[in-house]
Design a protein around this ligand. Structure first.
Ligand SMILES: Cc1cc2nc3c(=O)[nH]c(=O)nc-3n(C[C@H](O)[C@H](O)[C@H](O)COP(=O)(O)OP(=O)(O)OC[C@H]3O[C@@H](n4cnc5c(N)ncnc54)[C@H](O)[C@@H]3O)c2cc1C
Length: 417
């Protein structure tokens, strides 16, 4: 496949701007389209608020991934327009990596893939610097309107939401809001020097990290690195210690139930339940939800009291640690992510405002669930974090790309396009 081909849809529906509108041009959209080449024959238009197609949130963070590199590209089809990418070491080095990779390497690999996709989709196929503020689906007219922040509206036959996740201000930290930093800010390369300045300005008062997940451990690592830099640059200056407040023992990943039985340490980690916490396909314990690699090692050292400058504090609810939050110069919130999406309207009714506390739910084939019913014109590409009760099962969403591609293709068959 060397370029875009005219389709019947293009000929018969001149009033619509696209057949499929993708909202968000990050990791999910890029890897999905690079796995579903048949859809590239349709009029696809990607709306991305950033300036680059491909890396999404991964471009921001100065940390290492939790997943091994190859997992990010497991669906990739390096045929057709992607053949040259099969020779790009920026992509293949990550796509073959059987260990976690630095996020800047992952971002570069995704940018490489994104460029190929941009070429394949043509000038009209990717709208960079375009923030979507609302999506209106109209079943009777078989069309979806995409409203942009600049006030313009474009139309399509179907919209796929692939807008990623964000951290929202946590209500339990509301009292200390002015001194709360989100974990994503602490680990972002853009805010590194600002965070460092704040550590120095703390004048020795502690920094408290709320949470003990991978995000919390990533933030802890950055804080300790910055402290070490400051110690070398400002000998004798008072520097903050770091207190990590955990609401309960963390989950740690084990390759098998036997290893977990031998390795689990009471108090350090959450005991596993063989019925719910072991992946039925791989036998891995806490396959997705458990700390692994560097985060796991850091957490274990922290729990054992072997991490100079950092301590672990138990607080089943954050209010129990109120004195610590009060005393802290800085609080780092690492309490989870929430799917982000524009306002969603169905047949003229606002069914989900962008700031809704409700999760954006979808069927196994990606169809958006509106009041529990699959919507024919709207789909979702893994916007929300994996639901807790399905997190450790490798089967969860493993065929989503294939099923979504089939669902989208079927729409054109039904419409006779
Ligand atoms: C620190 C951190 C580490 C992580 N590590 C891993 C890991 O190791 N393995 C793993 O599988 N997952 C990891 N994740 C989860 C990760 O977020 C997802 O796997 C992945 O980024 C999701 O891809 P996405 O396309 O949904 O989001 P993104 O890649 O963030 O893409 C969403 C895109 O949508 C754009 N966008 C958002 N809103 C709009 C709008 N209104 N209009 C237009 N464009 C919009 C954004 O600019 C962005 O480019 C990590 C997350 C974080 C925060």
């Amino acid at each position: 496949m060397t370029g875009r081909q005219p389709t019947l849809a293009a000929a018969t529906r001149p009033t619509l701007d696209s057949d499929i509108a993708f909202i968000g041009g990050g990791f999910r959209t890029t890897t999905f389209l690079a796995s579903a080449h048949a859809l590239l024959l349709r009029r696809v238009r990607v709306y991305e608020r950033g300036t680059t197609m491909g890396p999404g949130g991964f471009a921001r963070y100065g940390i290492t991934t939790t997943s091994i590199g190859s997992r990010f590209f497991k669906h990739l089809d390096l045929s057709g327009p992607f053949v040259p990418r099969g020779r790009s070491s920026a992509l293949t080095d990550v796509a073959r990596a059987e260990q976690p990779v630095a996020m800047d390497r992952l971002a570069t690999a995704l940018t490489t893939l994104g460029r190929t996709l941009q070429d394949a989709l043509g000038a009209d196929g990717v709208r960079l610097g375009s923030t979507v503020v609302a999506v209106h689906a109209d079943r009777d007219r078989h069309r979806v309107d995409v409203r942009l922040a600049d006030g313009s509206t474009e139309s399509g036959r179907h919209a796929v939401l692939a807008t990623g996740r964000t951290e929202r201000a946590h209500p339990e930290l509301a009292c200390w809001r002015p001194k709360v930093l989100l974990s994503g800010t602490v680990i972002s390369t853009a805010h590194r020097s600002e965070t460092k300045d704040r550590l120095l300005a703390a004048g020795g008062r502690p920094v408290v990290v709320a949470g003990s997940s991978h995000s919390a451990m990533s933030a802890l690592q950055i804080l300790l690195d910055l402290r070490a830099e400051l110690r070398a640059e400002h000998p004798g200056a008072p520097l903050p210690s770091v207190q990590v407040v955990r609401r309960g023992p963390a989950r740690l990943m084990y390759d098998s139930a036997d290893l977990a039985r031998c390795g689990q340490v009471p108090g350090r980690e959450r005991p596993f339940d063989p019925a719910s916490d072991v992946c039925p396909t791989t036998g891995i314990v806490y396959r997705d939800s458990g700390l692994r690699h560097r985060s796991r090692a850091l957490y274990c050292a922290l729990w054992a009291g072997e991490l100079p400058g950092a301590t672990l504090v138990d607080a089943p609810v954050l209010a129990v640690a109120a004195d610590r939050f009060e005393e802290a110069a800085l609080v780092v919130q690492a309490l989870g992510y929430h799917g982000q999406a524009p306002d969603l309207y169905v047949d003229g009714v606002l069914v989900r405002p962008g700031d809704s506390p409700d999760r954006l739910l979808a069927d196994d084939d990606g169809a958006l669930l509106v009041n529990g019913v699959a919507h024919p014109l709207l789909s979702v590409l893994r916007v929300e974090p994996t639901p807790l009760d399905r997190r450790d099962n490798t089967a969860y969403a493993s065929d989503l790309y294939q099923r979504l591609a089939e669902r989208l293709a079927a729409q054109f068959v039904e419409a006779g396009a």
